[in-house]
Write a protein that binds this ligand. Structure first.
Ligand SMILES: Nc1nc2c(c(=O)[nH]1)N[C@H]1C(S)=C(S)[C@@H](COP(=O)(O)OP(=O)(O)OC[C@H]3O[C@@H](n4cnc5c(=O)[nH]c(N)nc54)[C@H](O)[C@@H]3O)O[C@H]1N2
Ligand SMILES: Nc1nc2c(c(=O)[nH]1)N[C@H]1C(S)=C(S)[C@@H](COP(=O)(O)OP(=O)(O)OC[C@H]3O[C@@H](n4cnc5c(=O)[nH]c(N)nc54)[C@H](O)[C@@H]3O)O[C@H]1N2
Ligand SMILES: [Mo]
Length: 817
């Protein structure tokens, strides 16, 4: 196999194909230095956990260690391809500083302990608080990175056993808006589209989604269509010049925070030009009249003015979208992490509804996920949802869940909407949540306004449990740290952004005393002696497959029906898309074929909200709005972001990702190739903005907002004027000192700068807009900033050499084929 440097060439070689043809196979693999395929003793089936694409792979095992990975040719998602993070990132599992023993706080310091002591401290404190204050004292802050079996078990323990309403995850920061937008438009969560829509589409529109860097294998699929006959036209909406923008027929680079204005302008053009599907609207949709009236006030000129984009480009984008025969749209954080997140994401659904573009090949919406298993958190109820997409406001749904769990319906809290993450941290700050169990997430780097977050996590009265695989910034603040086993060391299933379910089998033993998250939850349930209404143990399974069988019963008859799946069915071939039941034994490629939705009042997961205020609708109001279970069009007025640039803070701050790192880098920062590809934080400005501020490539700058400041070296890129971009990956665990700056000092985490505010509907925090200023700390010496030279951080000016560490690192570390 030819050697390919997948740091320098992240998307690899092209395998062009035409509309409706199968995407050719290309198998990517990477093995530890010196090893060849014949040296591998076993290949163990799994899929990616460093993004939501669900790329299937086999884990190479030799002498009881993971030594590499290889893409699975037979899988429907990736046809053998792997993302650079997946090719190299598994090495972090073998890192010498994995947590291998429980830690407990003694005299202010974390010291090594044993499982019995650590778990008794956890359950001892929890029981005390339950006796004293009741379930409202306890909060669970979970993740989008565990397995389905773990979420379902945790949901049962927290909702059904302990009975707290305070269960949410980092998925609130991530895909809360995807779920909310799907509920608003279709009555229920669940991705309408399929990745195979890329194979058929003639127009692909990407809204605030840098897919080239964040689901790089999906981008390879798009690149292969672009390289083949009759390629699709791309529309990109992103203030930065991403790879997507470079490949697009039209790139709209709006002023941050103006997405709703932009969508209203596009919808105005579509309606005004008569590009609507009247029969579809009549038969399958409610709410179109309100939209027609709303967008009447948004002629292209007005939208272009508010968004600061050329009106001709906006018109051209509307024409492409409005006249497409097979339109695929994807939406992600540029829309979701903003002040009108759900309102904006819903307008993308509206485009598909007015054009009747759903449920057919090439006609899909992907309200994307980000984390690998975010979909399962939502399905299983380990975030602010009830398991099986059940509606907390529908008593029949709560009763049905109580039947599955054999408990009293009153034991499942459903007196008010589940507490969202930002509210949970507020309760912890005020002292009403006194026990916080944090699993698989690192809020001390990933939540907004870190100075405040650190002070909450450090509070005297808060008992903090952290379950992680490394001593993260958050774990350093814990009272008890529980060492988890991770991917490759445990078995379970998970579901990607196009509803494909994959099995991930255990390949090796976890290090030291680390335990699978599932085993820790089962131990917790045992020690709390949780019982059902007949006095039998509440949690009725003892392993992952047992939990999966339990989940199948819970999902039976619901939209996310897994009842037709088994572990055996998921072994050997491709992943399978839910619903998979008696009626659909091979799974379901697209939802909503024939205009049938899960939005009947008796079935729907949510009665919806007002898009501008977030006020919830009652069941009665929903029934009046949508008695026949059609799709719902909801219009929204544009409202500017609350925090606007001004004299003191003249720029828009926006934050996001690079191809080479995953979040707070606990894994990718411990992977030599990835670390070298993006070794330290940087800040991006456009050439015009840099010149206006007297700044140049490589200068050390300080970025400040009313919350704090960060230092980084400047990269001048092709993005729009008036914006400064920071990657949010860099925290403090690999810095001297460890857990963050003292008051008044500059830090390096982007979230020192972000604000405590959220979308009123999805409650997703705002990471994409804030008012900021950039000032020079020290002029550079002519050396460029060490930001990656691929992707959106590619330098605007020629002559900056490729990122140090690409080819050289590979030659040292091993072979990529
Ligand atoms: N390499 C890598 N891949 C990942 C991850 C990772 O950490 N690293 N994380 C995974 C996860 S959990 C997630 S959620 C996804 C996120 O995947 P993406 O959403 O693709 O990533 P982001 O970089 O957060 O944001 C996307 C784009 O939004 C643009 N943007 C900023 N402000 C605005 C705005 O006001 N309007 C519009 N239209 N666009 C704007 C930014 O310029 C950016 O290019 O990635 C997943 N994949
Ligand atoms: N400024 C800004 N902030 C953001 C974003 C942004 O775009 N800009 N994006 C937001 C988004 S979309 C997301 S998803 C979040 C991500 O933010 P986090 O969830 O805080 O980031 P991670 O680094 O993925 O944290 C996961 C933690 O789980 C641990 N872990 C890994 N595997 C396992 C396992 O198997 N078991 C257990 N128990 N632990 C494990 C890791 O070591 C790590 O400490 O950040 C959000 N914050
Ligand atoms: Mo995310």
């Amino acid at each position: 196999m030819p050697q390919v440097d997948r740091i320098a060439e992240p998307w690899g070689t092209r395998t062009p194909y035409g509309p409706g043809d199968p995407w050719p196979v290309r198998v990517d693999a990477f093995l530890e230095a010196g090893l060849r395929e014949q040296d591998v003793e076993r290949w163990v089936q799994s899929a990616s956990i460093l993004h939501s694409n669900g790329d299937a792979m086999d884990i190479a095992v030799r002498a009881g260690r993971v030594v590499g990975v290889r893409g699975r040719a037979a899988d429907r998602v990736n046809h053998g391809r792997l993302d650079p993070k997946d090719l190299y990132g598994w090495q972090a599992g073998n890192a010498a500083d994995r947590l291998t023993r429980p830690l407990v706080r003694e005299g202010g310091r974390l010291v090594e302990s044993d499982w019995d002591t650590a778990m008794e401290r956890v359950t001892g404190r929890l029981k005390e608080l339950l006796a004293e204050q009741g379930p409202s004292a306890a909060g669970f802050y979970t993740t989008g990175q565990l397995f389905l079996e773990e979420y379902y078990t945790l949901a049962l323990i927290a909702h059904g056993g302990i009975g707290t309403n305070h269960v949410d995850g980092n998925t609130r920061l991530c895909t809360a808006t995807a779920a909310a937008a799907l509920k608003e438009s279709f009555g229920c969560d669940g991705q309408p589209g399929s990745y195979t829509d890329v194979d058929h589409a003639d127009v692909i529109a990407l809204y605030g989604h840098n897919v080239a860097e964040t689901q790089s294998v999906l981008w390879s699929r798009v690149l292969d269509r672009l390289a083949g006959p009759n390629p699709p036209a791309l529309v990109c909406v992103d203030p930065r010049e991403t790879e997507v923008a470079r490949a697009a027929a039209v790139h709209l680079a709006p002023r941050p925070g103006t997405n709703v204005a932009l969508m209203n302008g596009l919808l105005h053009e579509i309606v005004a030009n008569g590009w609507t599907d009247e029969a579809y609207l009549r038969d399958h949709v409610v709410g179109f009249e309100e939209l027609r009236e709303r967008v009447a006030n948004w002629p292209a000129e007005e939208a272009a003015r508010v968004c600061d984009v050329p009106v001709a480009d906006l018109r051209e984008a509307a024409r492409l979208i409005g006249t497409a025969e097979r339109l695929l749209s994807t939406v992600l954080q540029g829309f979701y992490q903003s002040h009108q997140a759900t309102a904006a994401a819903v307008q993308v659904n509206n485009v598909h509804l007015v054009r009747g573009m759903l449920g057919r090949p090439g006609c899909g919406v992907l309200q994307m996920n980000g984390q690998p298993t975010a979909q399962n958190t939502r399905e299983c109820g380990a975030d602010g949802d009830l398991p099986g997409f059940r509606n907390w406001a529908n008593d029949a749904h709560v009763q049905d869940l109580a039947r599955v769990w054999n408990i009293d319906p009153l034991d499942i809290p459903h007196y008010s909407p589940p507490t969202h993450a930002m509210q949970m941290f507020r309760y912890a700050e005020e002292g009403s949540i006194r026990f916080l169990y944090v699993i698989g997430t690192n809020p001390a780097v990933s939540l907004p306004e870190l100075r405040r977050v650190r002070s909450i996590l450090r509070r005297e009265g808060l008992f903090l449990v952290v379950q992680d695989i490394f001593l993260s910034e958050t774990a350093q603040l814990a009272d008890v740290v529980l060492p988890a086993a991770t991917w490759g060391e445990k078995t379970g299933t998970f579901t990607n952004a196009d509803r494909t379910v994959h099995l991930s089998d255990k390949a090796v033993e976890p290090p030291g005393e680390a335990r699978p998250d599932l085993d820790i939850f089962l131990d917790l349930a045992r020690r709390l002696d949780l019982r059902d209404k007949d006095g039998a143990p509440l949690v009725k399974w003892h392993d992952a497959e047992g939990a999966f069988e339990g989940w199948k019963e819970c999902s039976r008859g619901r939209p996310c029906d897994y009842s037709g799946l088994t572990y055996d069915r998921l072994r050997g071939g491709s992943g399978v898309q839910w619903p998979c039941d008696d009626e659909h034994p091979d799974g379901t490629e697209r939802l909503y074929a024939g205009g049938r939705f899960f939005s009947d009042p008796a079935c729907c997961e949510d009665y919806g909200r007002d898009l501008v205020t977030g006020a919830p609708l009652s069941g009665t109001e929903y029934r009046a709005l949508n008695p026949d279970g059609k799709a719902i069009i909801k219009a929204a007025e544009y409202v500017p972001p609350h925090e606007q640039p001004g004299e003191e803070f003249p720029l828009w701050l926006t934050t996001g990702r690079t191809l080479y790192h995953f979040h707070t880098r606990t894994k990718t920062g411990r992977t030599p190739q990835l670390r070298r590809a993006a070794p330290e934080p940087w800040a991006e400005l456009s050439p015009g903005e840099a010149a206006r501020n007297g700044l140049a490539e490589g200068d050390l700058v300080e970025i400040a907002t009313p919350r704090g400041s960060v230092r980084a070296r400047l990269r001048v890129t092709g993005m729009r004027d008036g914006v400064v971009f920071l990657p949010f990956h860099y925290g403090y665990w690999d810095e001297p000192g460890g857990s963050g700056p003292e008051d008044g000092e500059s830090g390096r985490a982007a979230n020192e700068l972000t604000l405590t505010d959220w979308d009123p509907v999805s409650k997703q925090p705002i990471f994409k807009t804030a008012a900021a200023r950039v000032t020079l700390v020290k002029a550079g010496d002519g050396e460029p900033s060490p930001a990656p030279t691929t992707g959106a951080s590619r330098p605007a000016a020629p002559g900056v050499p490729p990122t140090e560490g690409g080819r050289a690192a590979l030659a040292e570390e091993g072979d990529a084929a």
